[in-house]
Structures are given as structure tokens and as C-alpha cells.
Design a protein around this ligand. Sequence first.
Ligand code: 13P
Ligand code: 13P
Ligand code: MG
Ligand code: MG
Length: 370
Amino acid sequence: MAKSTVSVIKADVGSIAGHTVVHPALEQAAIKVMDEAKEKGTLVDFWVTHCGDDLELIMSHTKGVDNSDVHAAAWKAFEKATETAKDLKLYGAGQDMLKDAFSGNVRGMGPGIAELEFTERGSEPLGVFMMDKTEPGAFNLPVFKIFADPFCTAGLVVDPKIHDGFVFEVWDIQDHKKVRLSCPEEMYDLLAMIGAKSRYVIKRVFPKKGVLPEDEAVAAVSTEKLALIAGEYVGKDDPVAIIRAQSGLPAMGEVLEGFSFPHLVSGWMRGSHNGPLMPVGIDDAICTRFDGPPRVAGLGFNIRNAELVGPIDFFDDKAFDHARQKALEIADYMRRHGPFEPHRLPLADMEYTTLPKVLKKLEPRFEEIK
Ligand code: 13P
Ligand code: 13P
Ligand code: MG
Ligand code: MG
């Protein structure tokens, strides 16, 4: 049987009354294009949703990653949704559509992409995780915990199928380099890099020799940097990830445990503040207070012959109430810092915002300190 592919491609093409939430008409516009792609046989199945102001296309097919027909369908969906957003005069209509002419792949054009191609197991549980008001490095901590931390994933200790650990592919998104590190052997080297989450980003996770093919990634994260594409601040690179689970992988409950701690991520208001990442159900994936706090939503599917069975809305569950409560306490605490670091991001990370322009005005007034 052909391998199955899940492609999650997302973009912010406009939202209601600020950077809050996608208008339902945009989802409808995208669904229409997705339906056409399914009829044409490009897609086997799809699910359209949102996390905050990001329109999320979850597509399943048998065409592999980086397929031009699949990418073209996503681009067209965003174009149609942009038209609707402009028509409704929504805020930030077409925000992430940084280039005009589509030429086979949406990479580097604004949207974020995570794709996995794999041989379907007897049962293929898979989670799609979507964040708003933050950057790709926000996935570093949960993905590390899921695949390398035995205090999160009990299976690393007690399940012989995952006891040997996993291999992490890390991208240096500034220097465009990548490296693979094996855990647990190289865990401290891995952490030395991925703790610097604005630069080093976990891109993929691979299994070691065992029950699953070693060359098929089991997790993938979008790593697009809008600021690097556009050369200036155009909104955050709100990331997505796909994570497979069970039978030779962390159990889905271990995957979700990775999101139970609302760690500090950069993004939030104007992409310029640190704040807690709050796990929420799709209905609560609305960014309000100070354009946040940053959110993560998750949908679970079973893949059956490249078809999406589901979804379940993972964080729409009482088990995450404490994580949310903690996130809200941290939000209050961080907000009290106002324009001070470490609530506001450090200068290096403010490079692509309007702050350099503000400081430039003062340049002529500076005197030497003798
Ligand atoms: P599997 O190895 O079948 O995924 O079982 C692990 C499990 O479900 C524990 O919760
Ligand atoms: P988005 O990246 O989600 O559009 O948010 C931009 C912003 O400036 C929020 O304050
Ligand atoms: Mg926006
Ligand atoms: Mg967004």
C-alpha cells in the first residue's frame, strides 16, 4: 500500500476585530477549495480549523511531502480566504501571503508547513498541534519532553519499544543549517541548543532502529520565520506540529502530558513579549487579553488509508484546567512588568519590530560619556 502523508499548512489571512480569531467565512472559503482538491483526487481527506487568527488546513493524501498539487490547493485556499477577508474588511487580510506568484511550493511564501509521510501501522493515532501568538521554538520544550524526558514519557523507561530513545533533527534557523542528535546519549548537547529557542528549533523526530522505519519521521514542526522572509515584522510565525503516537512511540497521553506545563514562550502582543503558552480547546482558541495569552490547541485523528478519522479536541478537557489556571496566573504576573524585560523581549529579538525606528529618532541627541 502507498504511504500516507499528512500535511498541515497554515496562514493568517485576516481575523475579526484585531488578531483574535479567524472569521467562519474564511474557513468556508477554504473548505470549498479543499473540497475541490478532494474531488480532483489531490487530497484523500481534510479538516479545516483555526487557532486564534491562524487558518489551519489539515490535509491527508498519498502524494508525499512537498507535493506541488497539495501545496497549490493550500495556496488557493488562502487566496480565496484572503479575498473573503478583504471583502469583509477583516483585520490583517492577507497578512501571511508574503509573495504573489505561486510556483509549486508554499515554502518561503509566508504560510507555515508541517508534513509527515509514513507507512500506516495497524492503527495510526496522530495529533495536530497548533499555536497562536508565538514562534516555532515554542514546540522545543514539549517535543523534547515527549520524546526524551522520562519524567513526562513513562514509556522511555518501561516500554522496550521506545526504551532506546529517539533522534532529533535540529535546525539553526538563522544560519540555515541542521544537525541530528540522538537521545538519551546526546541529551545535554541537544538541550544546549534547543534552550535557545528563537534560533535552534526541533524540526523532526525520528525513531531508532526497532519497530518503525528509521527513515520516516514521527514528528514534524513548522519552522518558517516570517521576519526572515519579509525582512521586517509582519506577525509571528505561529507554528504547527504533527506528532504520531502509540505502538513504538510515546502514548498519546504522554504526548499530551508534554503540553501540561504552560511554559514561557515569546510572541503575545506585537510578537514582542514573553508569556505562558495556554493549552485550550478550539472554542477557546481566541486571542483576547493583550492579544493572548499565547495558545496551543490540539486535534487527534486516526489515519485510515490516508483518511482522517476524528477529530477529538484534546485540550477541551478538565485535565488541563490547572495548566490553564497556572497560565492565567503567569499572565497576570508577566503583565505587571509592562514594558520591562523579561516580559518584553530582549533587544536582539526586537530587531524586526518597530523599536529600532523609535530608537533611531534619539540618535542625534546622544552624547559621549566622558
Ligand atoms: P502501545 O504501546 O500499544 O501504544 O500502549 C501504550 C499505552 O497505550 C499506554 O497508555
Ligand atoms: P499574529 O502573528 O497572530 O497575527 O499576531 C500579531 C500581533 O501583532 C499580535 O499582537
Ligand atoms: Mg494576525
Ligand atoms: Mg496568529
